[in-house]
Design a binder for this molecule. Sequence first.
Ligand SMILES: C[S@@+](CC[C@H](N)C(=O)[O-])C[C@H]1O[C@@H](n2cnc3c(N)ncnc32)[C@H](O)[C@@H]1O
Length: 315
Amino acid sequence: MSDKKVIDFILKIPIALFSKKIVSNLILEGFKDLNILYIKDNFVYLKMVLFFKGDYDFLETVNNKIVKLKSNWNRFYNYSLDELNLIEVIDIRLFDYEEYIGGYIELFSVGNFVFLPYSKKEIYKDEYVDKELIYLDPKFLAFGNERHPTTLSVLEIIYSLVIGDLKKDINKFIDLGNIDVVVDYGSGNGILSLVSKYFNPKLILAIEAIFSYTLEIKNNFKINNLVNSIVINAISPKIFSQKKSFKNSILLANIPFSVFKDLQDQLFTIDFGLFILSGIKEEFFDNFKDILKYYNLNLLKEIYNEGWYSFICYK
Ligand SMILES: C[S@@+](CC[C@H](N)C(=O)[O-])C[C@H]1O[C@@H](n2cnc3c(N)ncnc32)[C@H](O)[C@@H]1O
């Protein structure tokens, strides 16, 4: 049995302290799979996991990290120690890495695409002979494994483009039989890149801010034999935004509204043939449409899925 472990726990945080800074800081410190479970009596109950290796005491490992974070939040964000001391670790559980990762994703499908955990490859390989099998190995629990509505909407769009439902609406803007590059901006686990191979592009460029996620993307590309691909760890599209024309290329970006807002000038001044954009919560719908208008992006289709919007646009 491996000595890799996963600690799963809830951090109870006073609502007054809960902020984007705190969440980003937890992610940078290596906590993964953050989810707000509920908010009750002025506390946010934030579930998360931590991977670790070796013989350390797991309770001490988590507690030491949280103590260090509280001290940083006091020094750098000026949060009061009295308030910070209300933060508590609760419901802490230890899992074996293989056991945790093995149960992390379940098989799901979008059209003819069937997504399945790589660990179950042998079990399913004869069952879905007429489907396109896409393997996911959630090594670092990157975004894209959990059937989020924003991911599903983009997968559905790609499927419709590949099988042809949407093809006729699109062929004025892009030659789907001759795609140069698919840029998957904010790739998470690389799931959108994996299905982009059905566009038969010359190159797939996956860009992701979180380093451990890029390792998961690379591994997912390898197990799916996605050879014409490059994975880049970056927090801005500067790497490709010098080139202003990507006419027969597609931009896929499923990122939060705040990230679109920060990067709009780099992402939307490029001439992609098609922009498939997702990750917009209902409350930002109007603001996002204003941004699209400002950059002369025309709307071809918008999709609503459980409170989230996705868009297909062209210039
Ligand atoms: C909503 S997830 C989408 C993941 C995957 N593409 C999907 O559709 O499921 C957004 C991803 O963008 C990444 N991200 C956020 N800000 C970014 C930035 N400025 N540059 C690059 N990636 C970023 C996040 O780390 C996260 O993995």
